[in-house]
Design a protein around this ligand. Structure first.
Ligand code: BF8
Length: 649
């Protein structure tokens, strides 16, 4: 075993020197390789866990399935049951991250509507009115805040509706799904009996369903995975994005920079990290207001940069530079110039507080249920947003003097990034080509094969596969084959750092036909070309991908599963990614997932996900462990779809 660990350690340290784009070897040498070292210390990882055949749901266990020796857990659960139950729990946990996020944003809108959150306004009134009308709320002649309050009531119904929950009632399901999903998909989900009724009840229900002695039917458990996917898709992702757009504005294309090189030695550096823009938007605002205060302590000003999805939120709407993806969060501290890292929720390594102890960095937690020993906790509430943000920014300024000069090393790497490609931004860009019928040129390009297909690449960066540069290589392979890539989350950090999210990348990497389209659309929009990979936002912005696909399907008058499109989460790590993948599978997409998800311990679950599901929702899981194999599988799927639609292959 020791030999094996050494082999992996050697392989990874060689890779660390190879992959300089984000893992600067000098920085890693100085900081002892952080997450990569901890990953190596965990080798070899548990094979039962990797195959999904470990059950810890009761205390007769933990049980694990050893084919031919122990085919059943103590209670008699088979590998199929254990794998399906585990998958459902992962999806449920992931969905709660997004539904909590969405609900807190909705409650912030409520406080704004009630006049108790004076630091915020409703920026996208048109979007608010659009959804209000769709939900049958009277809008004409009413103050915007009154309409917002009624909208919140309708949304909260999706978190408290009881009717139809246990006694089936036809036509009772999530309001947000009703107004955001296509009619065809709703019909399909209704037939399958998976339309969710109440987001919170559904996610708590699956804890019960998967407990010892409840559901022992793997197929039924997998149907629940799809239901949770819909909870995630509509009461999590799409809802969070829509309400954030209402409060902070719908993103439009914006240029900025990406990678650790965005940190500046002579500025007070504040890193915003986590997922929720409610806090980070205020930090950005107060950093501007207190810029002169920073000058009084000898800095040139205040430099706010982002990590993970909070970083992306403020990039999308404010053009704030992004310092890095999930694996770079500690590296930002190890530069020695991070004066303060303020975090909200999700994907925050507890280790940031340990790393900060080696430097002068202050870590500030802000959410009641996200605490880290060693961090300063400053509770953030929307009604006191301004005073809290001001306090946090001042703390950073005061800490500038504590820098340890001999510990400073900022990697030079950084790249230009274009972000802000919301669905509305894409439509606006297309309107410059055809103002009356903006989707027409896009659909025409898809039909003619100039755009061979559209692929969403999403999700995390995973230390298991980081040396492959899976995100970057897969993106390059697809755009070379004239496939337009859209994406979100840590993919966007990786793609940006590789220089794939800027107009110049089109000339360098796109296939000739895609290049022609992107240049044409870019040039009427004042750019040499649109980037070949469009940054659609943070992980919750995967809802934008769902909306875009729905619009394309409606325009082409075909169900979503018939579109020449696909998705990939090539380095997924978080349970949230399982929930997102479940949403995409319910939408009817072929979803490439890597590393291989913990389902291979069950032949039945693996078969349902990779084959049978295609007959059920139209979706299926694609397994491929290298960028080349993934590109091949995705392109084959798109070719099949084009053939079925009678398009050129
Ligand atoms: O929600 S992509 S590592 S940062 S989970 Fe986390 Fe994964 Fe990054 Fe944002 Ni998404």
């Amino acid at each position: 075993m020791k030999k094996e660990v050494n082999k992996i350690a050697k392989k990874s340290s060689e890779s660390a020197e190879r992959n300089e784009t984000w893992a600067n070897s000098n920085l890693l040498k100085k900081a002892k390789r952080l997450v990569l070292d901890r990953f190596e210390a965990q080798q070899p990882q548990c094979i039962f866990g990797e195959n999904g055949i470990c059950c810890k749901n009761c205390f007769s266990g933990p049980c694990r399935i050893i084919p031919g020796k122990a085919d059943y857990g103590v209670c008699g659960a088979t590998a199929d049951v254990i794998v399906a139950r585990n998958l459902l729990r992962h999806a449920g946990a992931g969905a709660t991250c997004h539904t909590d996020h969405a609900k807190e944003t909705v409650l912030a809108l409520y406080e704004i509507a009630e006049g108790r959150a004076s630091g915020y306004r409703i920026k996208d009134k048109d979007k608010l009115l659009l959804f209000a009308k769709k939900l049958g709320i009277k809008t004409s002649g009413r103050p915007i805040k009154a309409i917002a309050r009624d909208l919140v009531y309708e949304i909260l119904e999706d978190f408290r509706r009881q009717q139809g929950l246990f006694i089936k009632k036809e036509g009772t399901y999530l309001n947000w799904l009703r107004i955001r999903a296509t009619k065809e998909r709703i019909k399909t989900w209704a037939k399958l009996g998976i339309l969710p009724v109440n987001a919170d009840a559904e996610t708590s229900h699956i804890l019960h369903q998967t407990t010892m002695g409840c559901d022992a039917d793997p197929v039924d458990l997998l149907l629940s995975v799809l239901r949770i996917g819909l909870v995630d898709g509509y009461s999590g992702l799409t809802l969070a994005t829509d309400i954030q757009d209402i409060i902070f504005g719908t993103p439009m294309p914006v240029k900025s920079e990406a990678n650790l090189g965005v940190l500046k030695e002579d500025y007070v550096n504040i890193v915003v990290h986590g997922h929720v823009p409610i806090l980070s938007e205020k930090i950005v605002e107060w950093a501007k207001k207190l810029n002169n205060t920073a000058k009084r302590v000898g800095a040139k000003g205040i430099n706010v940069v982002g990590v993970c999805c909070t970083g992306i939120e403020v990039l999308m709407r404010q053009g704030i530079p992004i310092a890095g993806h999930v694996l770079q969060q500690e590296m930002a501290i190890a530069t020695g110039v991070c004066d303060l890292m303020v975090v909200d929720l999700q994907c925050i390594y507890p280790s940031v507080a340990n790393v900060a102890q080696c430097y002068h960095t202050k870590i500030v937690t802000t959410i009641d249920y996200v605490r880290i020993p060693g961090a300063i906790h400053i509770p953030f509430e929307v009604d006191k947003a301004d005073e809290t943000a001001k306090k946090i920014v001042k703390l950073a300024v005061d800490n500038f003097k504590n820098r340890k000069k001999n510990k400073i090393f900022i990697p030079k790497e950084k790249a230009e990034v274009w972000a802000g490609f919301s669905v509305e931004a894409i439509i606006e860009a297309l309107k410059k080509v055809n103002s009356k019928d903006p989707l027409k040129p896009l659909v025409h390009a898809i039909k003619s094969g100039d755009i061979y297909g559209v692929v969403g690449i999403v999700g995390c960066r995973n230390p298991k596969v980081w040396e492959m540069k899976f995100h970057e290589e897969l993106t390059k392979l697809l755009i070379k084959r004239n496939i337009l890539v859209v994406g979100t989350g840590c993919w966007a950090h990786a793609a940006a750092q590789e220089g794939l999210l800027m107009p110049e990348a089109t000339e360098k990497y796109a296939g000739p036909r895609l290049k022609k389209v992107l240049k044409a659309v870019g040039q009427v929009n004042g750019l040499p070309a649109l980037p070949p990979a469009l940054h659609m936002g943070s992980c919750v912005d995967n809802g934008r991908i769902g909306v875009l696909l729905g619009m394309l399907a409606d325009y082409m008058k075909v169900p979503i599963p018939m579109l020449p499109v696909s998705c990939s989460a090539p380095e997924y790590m978080a349970e949230k990614a399982v929930a997102i993948a479940s949403f995409f599978l319910a939408l009817g997409l072929a979803v490439h997932i890597n590393p291989v998800p913990p389902v291979t311990g069950s032949k039945l679950v693996t078969k349902v996900l990779t084959k049978d599901l295609e007959e059920i929702t139209g979706g299926k899981v694609l397994l491929a462990e290298t960028p080349e194999k993934a590109a091949k599988a995705i392109i084959a799927h798109i070719r099949k779809k084009r053939k079925e639609l009678g398009l050129r292959v």
